[in-house]
Ligand binder design. Structure first.
Ligand code: SAH
Length: 244
């Protein structure tokens, strides 16, 4: 039976892959990868390594999660070194926990290799620090997949009144509802907001606006994209360094 490495591929820039991730990619007998993992990483695999694509787009699954779990398990029965390569960090909205739990249930050994999450690195490449002395003392990473008006929503919107930075992943299609909701709970319509598309890659696009203007400004922006809400967005004026 094999060892499964639940591996973070980083946010896009290939050089943001960890040394540990690169080592297991080079050793892999099979790599099971997502849409968000930079495909150039696969070129590092040894000859004869098998590739299995189980990519999914926001909300749309090429393979349902239970089938992905089963695919990983079946490959672990067949191969010695199995790499499950996921965009960013496997435990930040990556369902890595579910995959690990499935392996645990089936007595398959696994290791977790954390990756650099887009939630922090895409803002960093946009010149936006998620915390900054005197501006934001904490940050939250929140799913934007869930519409804010959904009755069963577990998102604690009322807690978002502070100036802590909020990063929404998977939220581009709900951008209008998210910004409306934040105004509804009391944030100023002029509160700073950014949308970052394809962060850390040569195609990175950064749109800056306010809760009021961002929807219009970010029209047509490509996925993957995340939303940053917070006064830290204004620091980009001084901290922009990456020009794509
Ligand atoms: N595990 C991943 C997140 C998976 S959820 C991580 O840690 O980064 C997928 C969401 O991540 C996308 O909808 C988007 O909001 C965000 N995302 C991933 N890569 C991105 C990138 N390069 N630029 C901007 N957003 C990205």
């Amino acid at each position: 039976m094999g060892m499964v490495y639940l591996t973070g591929a980083g946010p896009g820039d290939m050089e943001l892959l960890t040394l540990k991730a690169l080592r297991v990619v080079k050793e892999a007998d099979v790599i099971i990868y997502d849409r968000l993992a930079n495909p150039d990483i696969l070129k590092e695999a040894k000859n004869g390594c098998e590739f299995v694509y189980v990519g999914k787009e926001d909300g749309k699954h090429t393979l349902p999660q239970d089938q992905i779990n089963e695919t990983i398990y079946q490959n672990a029965l067949k191969y010695r070194v199995v790499v499950r390569l996921k965009g960013g960090d496997p435990f930040v909205f990556g369902r890595g926990g579910e995959e690990a739990a499935y392996l645990h249930k089936h007595n398959i050994s696994f290791e977790i290799i954390p990756g650099i999450t887009s939630a922090i690195s895409a803002p960093a490449y946009a010149g936006i620090p998620v915390t900054h002395r005197g501006v934001a003392v904490s940050f939250r990473v929140v799913t934007g997949h869930e519409a804010p008006d959904k009755e069963s929503s577990q998102i604690p919107w009322e807690n978002f009144k502070t100036d802590d930075t909020i990063v929404f992943l998977m939220g581009l299609h709900n951008l209008d509802k998210i910004t409306q909701k934040l105004i509804e709970i009391g944030k100023a319509p002029t509160y700073p907001c950014a949308v970052i598309s394809k962060g850390t890659t040569p195609q990175q696009q950064v749109v800056i606006g306010t809760l009021e203007t961002i929807v219009e400004r970010a029209q047509g922006v490509a996925t993957p994209a995340l939303i940053v809400v917070g006064k830290v967005v204004e620091l980009r004026k001084q901290l922009q360094w990456f020009y794509s």
